[in-house]
Design a protein around this ligand. Structure first.
Ligand code: ADP
Ligand code: ADP
Length: 227
């Protein structure tokens, strides 16, 4: 569960990115933050795993003020997928996926099993394991990015324009696949996009942002019937 309580973020240069934002992402559901560029979506996301710190207000992760949680633990326990995910080019697909399980000390056989399981989940054949990111298409790389974020079975997944750099057909396929995966993993997801279509498709709840604030927070059905 993720809860924002009156959260304000002012950057050191004086830019107010978000102002007194409150919303809750219930366990096992997806909330999409949608709105134009520069309205504070990415900042909100980074406040969850403490890539940024709030100026005022509180971000709760599973009921605990995340300021009380260890930063490194937070980053490792929360999956994070970004646009054109920074896969490590010098590591194979398998090694990329294994990054966090290795950091948290899983033994090798458990890691091997998990990599196989995730390749299957992401609909990639086992041969991809030993390939390098540069040998893959954009859609395949993004699948690996998702697999890497899911590797250590996080309770929470942050997805910042995860399919934004893909062509429309690949994007549509990955959205459909991810919706199916989501049903199997029961992860709490915060998803950022500037596309209202993607928000309506992916979200259980949608937070519509306008410069620094949430102007509507509803289910897709409520938003469609009450725009
Ligand atoms: P979005 O994700 O909706 O595009 P962001 O959260 O990235 O919005 O940005 C919100 C506002 O904060 C913008 O005005 C942006 O320029 C500003 N901003 C983002 N990061 C920084 C930073 N590190 N320093 C100063 N201003 C920033
Ligand atoms: P640092 O060395 O900056 O403290 P870590 O040791 O926590 O970072 O992580 C090493 C790399 O693994 C990071 O560059 C990051 O991209 C990746 N990583 C860490 N945690 C996660 C996560 N939960 N999901 C996806 N990638 C992660």
């Amino acid at each position: 569960m993720i809860e924002f309580e009156d959260v304000t973020k002012v950057y050191p240069d004086g830019t107010t990115a978000i102002e007194e934002i409150s919303f809750t992402v219930e366990e096992g559901t997806t909330t999409v933050l949608v709105g134009p560029s520069g309205c504070g979506k990415t900042t909100s996301m980074k406040l969850v795993n403490r890539l940024e710190e709030p100026t005022e207000g509180t971000v709760y992760v599973d009921g605990t003020d995340n300021q009380e949680l260890d930063k490194i633990d937070l980053r490792r326990s929360i999956g994070y997928v970004i646009q054109e995910i920074g896969l490590f080019d010098h590591l194979t697909v398998g090694e990329n996926i294994a990054t966090v399980p290795e950091l948290v000390g899983w033994d090798q056989s458990r890691i091997d099993d998990r990599v196989d399981e995730l390749l299957e989940l992401m609909d990639l054949s086992p041969e991809y394991r030993d390939q390098y990111p540069r040998e893959l298409s954009g859609g395949q790389r993004q699948r690996i990015g998702v697999a890497r974020a899911l590797a250590a079975d996080p309770d929470i997944l942050l997805m910042d324009e995860p399919f934004g750099a893909l062509d429309p057909i690949t994007r549509d396929n990955l959205q459909d696949e991810f919706l199916q995966i989501q049903e199997r993993i029961n992860t709490t997801i915060l998803f950022v996009t500037h596309s209202i279509d993607e928000a309506l498709k992916m979200g259980d709840r949608i937070a519509i942002f306008d410069v620094g604030e949430i102007v509507q927070y509803d289910t897709p059905a409520e938003i469609l019937s009450n725009p």
